[in-house]
Design a protein around this ligand. Structure first.
Ligand SMILES: NC(=O)c1ccc[n+]([C@@H]2O[C@H](COP(=O)([O-])OP(=O)(O)OC[C@H]3O[C@@H](n4cnc5c(N)ncnc54)[C@H](OP(=O)(O)O)[C@@H]3O)[C@@H](O)[C@H]2O)c1
Length: 338
């Protein structure tokens, strides 16, 4: 067993944009598993926008990261040592572990086996993981898209957006996406089969871009970004549209949040707008996994992963992801597959 364990800790809480000074790489020790525990050698770690919220002190659905503690993340790793009958050295597992080379899963809490033959390991942090399930749940519980309807997805090339749009396509919707570069917009239209996509950063106005691509209005908005795009979507929405409030990443790093101007349409158009948190629906994980695995296997759903190399690069990669520099689901490779 190696004696070094590189770990990334939160040293201060960001105000506004996250900065490299909010993190520190420190050298820790590899923990010894006690009875019932599993030691995991981390291979891939997920970086997700919700982590920005956990860096604040404010009360939320997920507890705040503690100053001086190793940051937490969803991880795919290999069991390095086990004192738990359910896990053996060499098993590939998923767990809520840490930004570190080795993590101890006390009592194997949060661990589950993953099938390394079924899909590339990073997919368990993306299409077959929390982001994929977020898209699936949001559409199933709130969006309820029907064939022939128009679905609009923002942050369409991201971890959640890619899946939301493709589920809409499978359900027979006209699917429109927005993304932050020409290459991302081309990817969702040409590779993922969205009917139309646009680069919101170069669009003359969000409203005009949406009106042009949603000639029959929009029936479901899968909102990943909030802000001015939400205002434009409210204006283009049809009567009885459903707004799936998945996230509002455009607001996460603002010291003062922007207002939404067009809420008046909620009443006039009888729009239903609802937020949700994927972890409230963990009982549906097996159903989600079965359906998504089928789509991936048949090729109906494709998925792009953006792999950054090296635990030491995780803070810079996280900051870049919040700024839209990721292209696909952002993961960090911490160690080799085997
Ligand atoms: N409700 C839930 O349970 C749940 C679960 C997971 C995720 N989420 C939410 O889902 C959303 C997407 O998360 P993800 O994991 O799929 O991340 P992601 O889309 O893979 O990465 C974040 C993307 O957000 C976009 N972005 C950043 N700043 C923006 C801005 N000011 N305006 C518009 N877009 C901006 C960037 O793409 P562009 O280049 O396109 O700008 C960036 O690539 C987030 O809001 C997240 O909080 C919610």
């Amino acid at each position: 067993m190696p004696d070094g364990n590189r770990q990334i800790v939160l040293t201060s809480r960001p105000t506004g944009w996250v900065a490299p000074e909010n993190f520190e790489l420190r050298e820790g020790t590899v923990p010894e598993p006690g009875s019932g525990d599993v030691l995991v050698r981390n291979i891939f770690m997920s970086l997700d926008p919700y982590m920005r919220g956990r860096m604040n002190e404010a009360k939320s659905y997920a507890s705040s990261f503690e100053i001086g503690e190793v940051l937490q993340a969803r991880v795919i790793g290999e069991v390095a040592a086990s004192k738990n009958d359910g896990y053996a050295a060499g098993d590939i597992v998923f767990g809520m572990l840490g930004w570190e080379d080795y993590s101890l899963a006390k009592g194997a809490a949060s661990l589950r086996h993953v099938d390394a033959e079924l899909a590339p390991l990073p997919y368990y942090l993306g299409a077959l993981g929390m982001p994929g399930m977020t898209a699936w749940i949001g559409l199933r519980e709130i969006g309820q898209p029907k064939a022939g309807e128009t679905l609009f997805v923002s942050a369409a090339s991201g971890a959640v957006g890619q899946i939301a749009g493709q589920i809409g396509r499978i359900r027979g919707c006209r699917v429109v996406g927005s993304a932050g570069s020409d290459a991302k917009a081309a990817y969702v239209a040409d590779e993922l089969g969205f009917d139309a996509a646009f680069n919101y950063k170069t669009a003359e106005s969000y409203l005009a871009a949406l009106q042009e691509r949603c000639p029959d209005g929009l029936d479901v908005y899968f909102d990943n970004v909030g802000g001015a795009m939400l205002d434009a979507a409210l204006e283009v929405a049809n009567p009885f549209a459903r707004f799936v409030e998945c996230g509002m990443i455009s607001q996460y790093n603002l010291v003062e949040r922007e207002g939404v101007q067009n809420l008046v349409y909620l009443t006039r158009k009888r729009i239903r707008m609802q937020g949700f948190i994927v972890s409230d629906h963990s009982d549906l994980l097996p159903e989600f996994m079965a359906e998504m695995a089928g789509w991936l296997e048949s090729g109906e759903v494709k998925y792009r992963v953006d792999v950054a190399d090296g635990l030491e690069n995780a803070p810079a990669t996280f900051i870049a992801m919040l700024k839209g520099e990721n292209f696909g689901k952002q993961v960090v490779r911490i160690g080799p597959d085997s």
